[in-house]
Design a binder for this molecule. Sequence first.
Ligand SMILES: C[S@@+](CC[C@H](N)C(=O)[O-])C[C@H]1O[C@@H](n2cnc3c(N)ncnc32)[C@H](O)[C@@H]1O
Length: 207
Amino acid sequence: MPSAVTFWDKAAPGYAKSTISDPDAYHATLTRTIHHLSPTDRVLELGCGTASTAMDLAPYVAHITATDISPAMIEIGREKVWSASVRNVTLLTGETGDPVLSDGAPYDVILAMNLLHLLPRQADALAQAHALLKPGGLLISKTACLGEKWYFRPLVGALKLIGKAPPVLHQTLAQTRDAILNAGFEPVEELVQSGIVPRLFLVARRR
Ligand SMILES: C[S@@+](CC[C@H](N)C(=O)[O-])C[C@H]1O[C@@H](n2cnc3c(N)ncnc32)[C@H](O)[C@@H]1O
C-alpha cells in the first residue's frame, strides 16, 4: 500500500492536466466561498493540490498559504502561480497536523477542499485547524462522503489493492458534519451536493 505522499506524488501530473469533473458544482461552492472572504483575509489552504482553487480565490483575499502533503503537487502549483503572476499565493509542502503549518497563524480562514475524507487522523487535523484560526475565523470545507453509498467500500477497497486509490474514510454526511462541529466549530452555511459522490460543503466558525 503506497503512502499518501507516494500516491499523490504519482497522481500529481495527471491531476494537474485533468479537467474539473463537475464545473457547475465547483463554481457553486467557489462562489459561496468567495462570499465569506474579505480583502484583508490571510488564508491557509490544506491539501491545495496544484493550487487551482488558491489561484481562483487569490483576487479576493490578502494572502493564501497553500499547503499539501505532496511535493510534486506543490512543485506544479508553484509553476502555475509563477506563470500566472499571482503574487499573493505562497506554496508550502506540509501534512495536516505538521507544526510547519502554524508559521503564519493565526489565520482568518482555513480551506480544506476535497481533503477531510483523505485524512486517517482527521480529528487531529481538525483540532489543528481550530488552533490555527483566529477566534471567529472560518473553516471552509468540501468533503466527499463515501459512507453515503454502500458500494464505495468494496469499490475503493479493490482500487486500493491495485494502487489506484488513496486511504479514505467512509463517513456519511452526518458523520462528517459532526466531526467538524465537534472540533469546536458552529455551522454558518451548508450545501449538500449530490452526484456520483455526495459532498458536504460546510462553512463553520471557530467557537
Ligand atoms: C482530491 S485532492 C484535492 C486538491 C484540491 N484541494 C482540490 O480541491 O482540487 C487531495 C489533495 O490532498 C492532499 N493530501 C492528502 N493527504 C494529505 C494530508 N494528510 N495533508 C495534506 N495534504 C494531503 C493530496 O496530496 C492532494 O493534493
